[in-house]
Design a protein around this ligand. Structure first.
Ligand code: RB5
Length: 147
């Protein structure tokens, strides 16, 4: 069965999101488009929380978010326990986000990458694996222990 990948953006990421939804389908994934549905101005936290909730609740293993800078999406998504949302503006960073940080959400800064760059970043992130080892210890220590 095709892996479901929740994806969301605000208006600034809308155009690139549409392209990435099509690319995900072509690559054999099942994109779950959680909006926005038009280039009308809207608020990024709504979409960040929708996608991050899917990952937090284990309805999906990984997701994709886009906004203008990627920063607002990053702040909101990373408030969800278990979510490691990585802002990547190059394929190299996307690869390291998977290999070293086990990023389970990819965030793209839609106003600072071209559509083709966005597709390359997505493909690289999808194809990279967490390497574990010393990085497992570090990733485990990200979550705050408040006891
Ligand atoms: C929208 O204008 C812009 O602020 C938003 O897409 C994002 O960059 C916020 O972090």
């Amino acid at each position: 069965m095709a892996e479901v990948i929740p994806i969301g953006s605000d208006h600034a990421g809308f155009q690139l999101k549409e392209r990435l939804v099509a690319e995900l389908r072509t690559l054999g994934y099942q994109p779950l488009d959680l909006g926005t549905d038009s280039p009308e101005s809207t608020d990024y936290p709504d979409y960040a929380h929708r996608v991050a909730s899917q990952v937090e609740q284990h309805a999906a293993n990984r997701g994709v978010l886009l906004c203008g800078t990627g920063l607002g999406m990053s702040y909101a998504a990373n408030r969800h326990p278990g979510v490691r949302a990585a802002l990547a503006w190059s394929p190299e960073i996307a690869q390291l986000a998977r290999q070293h940080n086990d990023a389970n959400i990819l965030i793209l800064p839609a106003r600072f990458v071209s559509e083709d760059q966005g597709v390359e970043i997505l493909k690289t992130w999808l194809g990279a694996e967490f390497v574990g080892g010393r990085h497992s210890r570090r990733v485990e220590r990200i979550e705050l222990d408040r006891e």
